[in-house]
Design a binder for this molecule. Structure first.
Ligand code: HEC
Length: 125
């Protein structure tokens, strides 16, 4: 009985945090919240994947975003993606990326903190 109420408290705490910050990924296995799911689709469709790899772990000439997002604020992330950096193109002219930047951040931040697994995702119903 007591165990149960402690568990419920922890779960409602998680939900509150997600609502308060708006960019905290929620995942149960590969089933994820809408924002994370949209971010994942953008990551693949807008060619982030071409350079940063299917699991976002980068390659020889491309940074590992799973590691990078542990040290980047959301503001820094947004600035880099929209303005470009070094050999990375600017995405400020890409409407889908501009409008979906929060979702992209949610997805990649979730990958970096271990909440979101690599690979195919489905949207939680
Ligand atoms: C043409 C290849 C290419 C594409 C496409 C690309 N990137 Fe990059 N990205 C790079 C390179 C190269 C860097 C390293 C830039 C530097 O530090 O000089 C980088 C850096 C970054 C960084 C900063 C990493 C750090 O050091 O903290 C982020 C975040 C990032 N990319 C996200 C994205 C996202 C999101 C997309 C898709 C919307 C994307 N990138 C598409 C090549 C690419």
């Amino acid at each position: 009985m007591q165990k149960n109420s402690i568990k419920n408290l922890a779960v409602s705490g998680l939900v509150t945090a997600a609502v308060a910050f708006g960019s905290v990924a929620q995942a149960e296995g590969n089933s994820v919240d809408k924002s994370t799911f949209n971010g994942w689709k953008l990551y693949k469709r807008q060619r982030c994947e071409t350079c940063h790899g299917p699991t976002a772990e980068g390659g020889a000439a491309f940074p590992n975003l799973v590691v990078a997002l542990q040290n980047r604020t959301k503001e820094e992330f947004t600035t880099i993606v929209l303005n470009g950096k070094g050999n990375m193109p600017a995405f400020q002219g890409n409407k889908a990326v501009v409008e979906g930047i929060d979702d992209l951040y949610t997805y990649l931040k979730g990958r970096s903190d271990g909440t979101v697994p690599a690979g195919e995702l489905t949207e939680a119903q």
